[in-house]
Design a protein around this ligand. Structure first.
Ligand code: GDP
Length: 420
């Protein structure tokens, strides 16, 4: 897979606007839907006398397989175009979509926003666009979906893109460079092939637009940051922490440290896909073994990095947050759970330093008494337990977090500065 660059793609948008269907369609058009799934569907469709191919079904059956614990090839979530290998960084429709979008195994490089042409901009459309901006996604491709439901009408399409442009402007996305595409995920119009149904549209297909995205910069120049997902004990080998390398590189013989657990040693072996390797880089899922580090010494949420450039442990940190939903108001002293990379730590919002205009980022008020849903703010945060987190300007992959409370994602944010 080394011949084309890798791109992490988030597919965002309001519930039922067609995210799963579009992902299913993309996998199908790029021949990444497993044959047995197609076969099984054909049989069921025949039994029930249905015709056509319900792409949401593809996604559902993939989810079911995963839940049943059937080994599922990672390829199910990947597809390639001429230029890139794409990984869909989350199963759309997943309940914790927003949380995973922020703290998921990897950060999205770009996103496709799906908007139902008949439904227009809805609450989750706004929420996801807001988040995409906060998390540093620069480029959005806008798929105006379900064009078949409005007979591929150009004026309906134009009306919806005006609504979306309005939203993008509020959130300060550059709308001049944004690609809007009229599609039907269900029928396949303008996904892989230009559609005769939209002869008024002469822009790219969705696959073409994905091909045209700018190449993400490879974070190999940054120091090693490997958030630990799990720690196994394997007989014959010993303690094996596993996780995905966010930035930097790793080789056997490297001297590494785990923070905040503050233990370390020489990396003896690295495994990828059950094979020993002598190098691992960004995006690689690895299991490894460190001399002298036992299972009880480290835990999920630790970050592994070079001994000479260890991951930062925050005594407190200043962050910019966007409040997405909260039943009342947030005041100083509020202590929800912060989800950052693989860590979950209760943190107190010690002070609300500035309230910002959510669209321009200008300071609206110094030291406000409270903030609420829809507000953006700069806050000072004190973790209740040691937490490894970094300024987003230095290591973006380790600089964002989600704030969760009452089973919901309350806010998202990025780290500005850290007090060690
Ligand atoms: P999600 O919640 O955003 O993932 O939406 P789904 O992909 O589950 O789609 C919601 C519903 O819209 C399903 O019943 C789909 O079959 C339907 N749907 C999705 N895309 C299209 C489309 O292009 N045209 C039509 N007519 N229906 C669609």
């Amino acid at each position: 897979m080394a011949d084309k660059p890798h791109m992490n793609l988030a597919v965002i948008g309001h519930v039922d606007h067609g995210k799963s269907t579009l992902v299913g369609r993309l996998l199908f058009e790029t021949e990444n839907v497993p044959e047995h799934v197609i076969e099984q569907y054909r049989e069921e469709a025949e039994e029930k006398g249905k015709s056509g191919f319900e792409f949401a079904y593809v996604m559902d059956s993939l989810d079911e397989e995963r839940e049943r614990g059937v080994t599922i090839d990672i390829a199910h979530q990947e597809f390639d175009t001429d230029e890139y290998y794409f990984t869909i960084i989350d199963a759309p429709g997943h309940r914790d979509f927003v949380k995973n979008m922020i703290t998921g195994a990897s950060q999205a490089d770009n996103a496709v926003l799906v908007v139902d042409v008949g439904d227009g901009v809805q609450p989750q459309t706004k929420e996801h666009v807001f988040l995409a901006k906060t998390l540093g996604i620069d480029e959005l491709i806008i798929a105006i979906n379900k064009m078949d439901t409005v007979d591929y009408d150009e004026s309906d399409y134009n009306q919806t893109i005006e609504e979306v442009k309005e939203l993008l402007k509020q959130v300060q996305f550059n709308t001049d460079d944004t690609t809007f595409i009229p599609v039907s995920a269900f029928e396949g119009d303008n996904v892989a092939e230009p559609s005769d149904n939209t002869d008024w549209y002469d822009g790219p297909t969705l696959l073409k637009a994905l091909n045209n995205l700018a190449e993400p910069s490879e974070p190999t120049d940054l120091p090693l940051r490997l958030p630990i997902q799990d720690v196994y004990s394997i007989s014959g080998i010993g303690t094996v922490p596993v996780g995905r390398i966010e930035t930097g590189e790793m080789e056997p013989g490297d001297n590494v440290t785990f923070q905040p657990s503050d233990v370390g040693g020489e990396c003896k072996t690295i495994e990828m896909h059950h094979e020993e390797v002598d190098y691992a880089g960004p995006g690689d899922n690895v299991g490894f073994n460190v001399r002298g580090v036992g299972q009880d010494d480290i835990r999920r949420g630790d970050v592994c990095g070079p001994a000479e450039n260890p991951p930062t442990v925050a005594e407190s940190f200043q962050a910019q947050i966007v409040v997405m939903q909260h039943p009342s108001v947030i005041t100083a002293g509020y202590t929800p759970v912060f989800h950052a990379h693989t860590a979950q730590v209760a943190c107190t919002i010690e002070s609300i330093d500035q309230k910002l205009d959510p669209s321009s980022g200008d300071v609206e008020e110094e030291n406000p008494d409270y903030i609420q849903a829809g507000d953006a703010a700069v806050v000072t945060v004190r973790p209740q337990k040691p937490l490894s987190i970094e300024p987003a300007s230095e290591i973006p992959q380790l600089g964002s977090f989600a704030i969760r409370d009452m089973g919901q994602t309350i806010a998202a944010g990025k780290v500005l500065t850290v007090d060690e």
